[in-house]
Design a protein around this ligand. Structure first.
Ligand code: FES
Ligand SMILES: [Fe+2]
Length: 390
């Protein structure tokens, strides 16, 4: 018997890409799930980093996370160490997180720093990435012109995106249709509530697919999401565009949604329909979020391997939705527990799909009409992964 994930039953990456292309041009009525091998293949993973994550706009959080000068996030995009930091001038910048002396990683995790001090020999940079101070260097050494390489950033509706590719097209034009759909929610005003960073043992595409289909609500989330936001009440009237997928959830009338039970809609711009409508979005490649009139629940993914994905997730709220003092603290804890519970319901399943993808019995089944975003995502993958020379 062949071992699971053994190379002898894997298809070469070129063949997988050809099959992905052929599948992506089928009409939706004939669409099928991704080939399981696409979740396991190391060459596909390497291509995804090179052709998708190193070229696309990757979300690193919200402008509110970097509003105080010196607030930072150290992360990796397509394996490249990146440091995002709020400047004293209010500009959010992204730098290489590699010291210009002998290459140590400058900062880790998140925090606040007035200066960027290398933990190895204390070369010290300002918030604009310029080397300012150092000790024990030879006479005549000048810090002038010693700067951390800078990456492009773009803010959109309160989100902060970083792109490693200096030639990349700007993000805003391709999100224009999404901007129109979301305009009344006033996303830029939503304020950060909490952030979590985790590594999930699954393939990033499985998690994107999971977030962008409501087909599983009625069973996988039967006691949490489904009573108030039932699978049967979801709609897929837009395909998104080149830059995103979208479907709409609607609240079941008269059912109190336990995660928004004591929240009132404060945003007067919203129409009657928007008050009960929760758009679910993936901004390609891997920034998923659910919008409600009261709060924003989001994840940004970076693949670390075929079976590891770093998940930065959080919740933000419309201003005034959370009371002050103790009641507010309790509300935040309750919301966090609620979303951890929903994530927990998904986690076991998306991990099992990755494990099973290595089996010779794994197969790609037909998609439900409730999985339309998956078809759209496949077409995006096929477009991005094809050989630029072909
Ligand atoms: S590696 Fe950073 S100061 Fe030496
Ligand atoms: Fe789910």
């Amino acid at each position: 018997m062949r071992k699971l994930d053994s190379p002898d039953h894997r298809e070469p990456a070129e063949q997988l890409l050809r099959e992905l292309h052929n599948q992506s041009i089928l009409p939706f009525d004939e669409a099928r799930a991704l080939a399981p091998a696409l979740y396991c293949d190391d060459a596909i993973h390497a291509l995804e980093l090179e052709r998708i994550f190193a070229r696309e706009w990757c979300c690193v959080g919200r402008a509110g996370d970097f509003a105080t000068p010196g607030r930072y996030l150290a992360t990796d995009i397509a394996g490249e160490p990146v440091l995002v930091v709020g400047g004293a001038d209010g500009t959010i910048r992204a730098f290489s997180n590699i010291c210009r002396h002998r290459g140590a990683r400058l900062l880790e995790g998140t925090g606040e720093a007035r200066r960027i001090v290398c933990p190895y020999h204390a070369w010290t940079y300002d918030l604009e990435g310029r080397l300012k101070t150092f000790t024990f260097m030879r006479d005549g050494f000048s810090p002038d012109g010693v700067c951390l390489p800078e990456f492009r950033t773009e803010a959109w509706n309160g989100w902060v995106y970083v792109n490693l590719d200096p030639e990349a097209e700007p993000l805003a034009p391709r999100l224009e249709p999404l901007g129109r759909i979301l305009a009344n929610y006033q996303l830029a005003s939503y304020e950060p509530l909490f952030r979590v960073e985790e590594v999930w043992p699954t393939n990033w595409k499985i998690l994107i697919e999971n977030f962008t289909e409501p087909y599983h609500f009625f069973i996988a989330h039967k006691d949490t999401v489904e009573p108030a936001l039932p699978t049967r009440m979801t709609r897929h009237e837009d395909d998104g565009g080149d830059g995103f997928t979208l479907f709409r959830q609607f609240r079941a009338p008269g059912v109190s949604y336990e995660y928004a039970s004591d929240m009132v809609v404060l945003n007067d711009l919203l129409s009657e329909e928007e008050r009960s409508m929760y758009p679910i979005i993936n901004t390609f490649p891997a920034h998923v979020y659910s919008v409600s009139p009261e709060r924003l629940f989001w994840m940004s993914l970076q693949p670390l391997g075929t079976d590891q994905v770093r998940v930065l997730w959080g919740v933000d709220v419309y201003p005034g939705s959370i009371p002050g003092g103790k009641a507010g603290e309790e509300r935040v804890a309750e919301l966090r527990a609620a979303f951890e519970k929903i994530n927990g319901e998904d986690k076991g399943i998306v991990e099992s799909i990755r494990r099973n993808a290595g089996s010779r019995h794994a197969a790609a089944g037909p998609l439900s009409p409730k999985e339309r975003c998956l078809w759209h995502f496949q077409r995006y993958l096929a477009r991005m992964l094809r050989d630029p020379a072909s």
